[in-house]
Design a protein around this ligand. Structure first.
Ligand code: SF4
Length: 761
């Protein structure tokens, strides 16, 4: 069709946390064109290769179109009623044994509805998103440093900085449009120095001014070395530290508060991290370490640090996040445009949904906590619940939840029914045999998976629910820079595929019909109660009435007041509908318009900072408006290479595919561009093992083995002694091999490091 024949509407891209806005052209009920949205501040008309093909993800030939129940080993079509009745009956038998596993791809209303069903309805906190596997360490890093989650800076820093440091991060492939924003500056003649600190060469390295290759796990020592030099050289920002910071170290409980230490104690703790000592440990040269120390010691240079999975998926993930904040705070590179420590997210709504609406097992909406009585009371009031409805005990985090589901009941496996929405744990969980694929002695367990396509998860599910995807439903996402973005449904889902938010509400209604007391509020009204203009209840749990109201708008506006307590004020739904997103906290101006915030905690931009304060960390954990500069020591990894398993194994992503590939592998252009996973190995290691380029090899770890073709001198170039394997390919489940060891504070597993060996097939 000609472009003029199409009906155009806007939506955020379905893939990464960059949050590009696309224009979607629809003709005859089908997406016919995709374009970058020229008015979108994030991407200014550009998209990456995944974004340009995002429309095609709806049209794979094997979309799920009807609920399927496993009978005698075969998935057999059943009605929605039968499927939901079965789930509701199981939950009624054992409400505490029900767990909900969601995603940073949940829309805001989907995540909000799911956690409301669990926390406000079932008094059950066993809900966690897959975001636990990707940004939980960023959350604990922000919370323990500033007292509140999410970055202070925004993408605007990339337009203002002099230096960008990528810490174990490959934005050229993982956040390509952000990366192109930097490269655009260079092409306009501006100088932007790019420092790539990593454990293998990537496409980002190709554009870097400095490539600093360190031994896995020693990033902690490098960050401490920078801090040590700032103090030893007297180049830390004395004024900034005295006015705005405290010093902290871990306590025995390893909690978020830790214990206060003095500046002198901090100085002593970092003193052993000299460039000479850290050079031996990390493999960086003394000159490279000195360069980093001098860079942070220069107040005239504007430095933005970016990180993602390399820092977060780390057995010391919280520690490494804290240290990155620490060196920015200590040096005063914080709170002015271009000076920011900023974590990026992999999923489109890891921030907007997973972090903000309370889908983590310890959280409540708006950054509140189930363990804090005032927070519970506040939520009970907003939800009109009887006192004490919200369970004060945090639920099972992701790894524990799956461990409990995959352990026989008699051995303490107390999760019996698991509902998975918008994610693919059968491919993305670590140590897959233990946490997902084991079925022995688990006959009484019941796995429900909602998805758009058959996946490694549906393959082992007892009940499969067909899901509407992306613009087949209304939605709201929140990207990595606190930008909340809304879209309307544009095309119908196929067959009987339905919205996840509807599935959750319909399930809640089945529980209400069965007399579950938690499905009613204090006035006896259904938990998801809405009325029309005449005061009549709208039965939107019934799919025939689902669109009698805009359920997304209704849920989002119900959620919005929760964001006010922690100054995360998100914009009204109707404002979002008019824009390509607004960055919270937003405030209404005298003219009635809504103003977003670019630089948080900084008086010149953040409306919640008191006049005259300059910088104010208004949710400080110490209650004195100060941020915490943490000392966290280097510790060796729990599974370092040895004689038996002499290689480091690292996993990750590629440009063409999004996470487990369930959507992008159905787009012919993307699948053809990158059809199979591979193992990147140094050519000398391959030669030493007797393996030539393209030949299949066997990689094994203490958890299993797999066959995969070798790629030497490919796109990514690991140093000797390292292997890299992407995880997008469901035919080559690399996570059968990965380790489930996790950060003791964030509980985020380390997918980046474990010991492996390699041999020819
Ligand atoms: Fe989509 Fe991310 Fe690519 Fe932007 S950079 S088009 S959000 S995948």
């Amino acid at each position: 069709p000609s472009l003029a024949d199409l009906t155009w509407d806007k939506a955020p891209c379905r893939f990464c946390g960059t949050g590009c806005h696309v224009k979607v052209g629809v003709k005859n009920g089908k997406i016919a064109a995709i374009a970058g949205h020229e008015k979108a501040a994030v991407n200014q008309g550009l998209l990456c290769v995944k974004g340009y093909h995002v429309g095609a993800i709806l049209y794979g030939k094997d979309r799920l179109t009807t609920p399927l129940l496993r009978k005698n080993g075969e998935l057999t079509p059943v009605s929605w009623d039968e499927a939901l009745d079965l789930m509701a009956d199981r939950i009624m038998q054992d409400p505490a044994g029900f767990a909900f596993y969601g995603s940073g791809q949940w829309t805001v209303p989907e995540g909000y509805a799911a956690q409301k069903l669990m926390k406000a309805g079932l008094s059950n906190n066993h809900i966690d998103p897959n975001a636990r596997l990707c940004m939980a360490s960023a959350v604990t890093g922000y919370v323990s440093t500033y007292g509140v989650d999410e970055p202070a800076g925004t993408y605007d820093d990339l337009d203002a900085c002099d230096v960008v440091i990528c810490w174990g991060n490959n934005p050229a492939e993982m956040h390509p449009i952000l990366f192109s924003r930097l490269m655009d500056r260079r092409s306009r003649g501006e100088t932007v120095r790019l420092i790539d600190i990593g454990t293998r060469r990537t496409r980002t390295t190709e554009f870097a001014d400095d490539y600093l290759e360190f031994r896995p796990q020693t990033d902690l020592a490098i960050a401490n070395c920078i801090a040590n030099q700032l103090i030893a050289n007297g180049t830390f920002s004395k004024e900034y530290v005295e006015k705005f910071c405290n010093f902290r170290g871990d306590n025995e409980e390893l909690d978020l508060m830790g214990k206060q230490i003095t500046f002198d104690e901090y100085k002593e703790l970092v003193a052993s991290y000299t460039p000479e000592a850290v050079s031996k440990l990390s493999g960086l040269s003394v000159d490279q370490l000195t360069m980093l120390g001098e860079l942070f010691g220069d107040p005239e240079v504007k430095i933005t640090s970016l990180w993602c999975m390399g820092v977060n998926q780390h057995t010391r993930g919280t520690a490494m996040n804290r240290l990155l904040h620490a060196i920015h705070l200590l040096s005063g590179h914080f709170g002015t445009p271009g000076n920011a420590p900023t974590s990026l997210t992999g999923q489109p709504s890891a921030c907007g949904t997973a972090r903000e609406v309370g889908t983590l097992c310890h959280a409540l909406p708006g950054g509140l906590l189930v363990a804090k009585e005032p927070d519970r009371k506040h939520c009970e009031k907003l939800w009109n619940l009887p006192d004490g409805r919200i369970n004060p005990k945090p639920g099972y985090h992701t790894v524990l939840m799956w461990e409990k589901f995959c352990t026989p009941t008699a051995e303490g496996g107390d999760i019996h029914t698991m509902f998975v929405q918008v994610t693919n744990p059968g491919q993305s969980l670590p140590h897959l045999q233990k946490l997902f694929r084991n079925k022995e002695g688990l006959e009484d367990k019941f796995l429900v998976v909602s998805d758009g396509y058959p996946t490694a998860s549906t393959e082992l599910a007892d009940l499969v629910l067909p899901a509407a995807m992306w613009v087949e439903k209304n939605g709201v996402f929140g990207n990595s820079e606190r930008r909340t973005q809304q879209w309307f449904k544009m095309v119908d889902p196929p067959g009987e595929a339905r919205e996840d938010v509807w599935m959750t509400i319909a399930l809640a209604r089945k529980l209400y019909d069965r007399g579950h007391p938690g499905m009613k509020d204090k006035d006896g009204e259904f938990l998801f109660h809405a009325v029309d203009d005449a005061g009549q209840e709208i039965p939107f749990w019934d799919y025939a009435h689902f669109r009698d109201i805009n359920v997304d708008r209704y849920l989002y506006e119900e959620y919005r007041p929760f964001t006010h307590k922690k100054h995360k004020n998100v914009a009204p739904y109707d404002e979002l509908a008019k824009t390509q997103g607004l960055r919270w906290p937003v405030v209404q101006t005298d003219k009635g318009t809504w103003r977003e915030t670019r630089f948080r905690f900084a008086e010149f931009d953040d409306p919640f900072v008191e006049k005259g304060r300059g910088i104010q960390f208004y949710h400080s954990t110490t209650g004195d408006d100060r941020a915490q500069i943490w000392f966290c020591p280097y510790e060796p990894h729990p599974e370092e290479p040895d004689d038996e398993f002499p290689f480091w194994l690292c996993t990750g992503r590629v440009l063409e595919h999004w996470h487990t590939g369930t959507m992008t592998m159905r787009v012919p252009q993307l699948a053809n561009a990158m059809p199979d996973a591979y193992a990147e190995i140094h050519p000398d290691d391959a030669a030493a093992a007797g393996i030539s380029n393209g030949q299949r090899c066997v990689i094994s770890t203490r958890r299993g083995e797999m066959e995969i073709p070798v790629w030497t001198n490919g796109r990514g170039r690991p140093p000797r002694g390292s292997i890299f394997v992407p995880f997008f390919d469901e035919r080559q489940l690399i996570n059968v091999l990965t380790l489930d060891a996790h950060c003791p504070i964030s509980k985020e597993p380390d997918y980046k490091k474990c010991a492996a060996r390699i041999r020819p097939v």
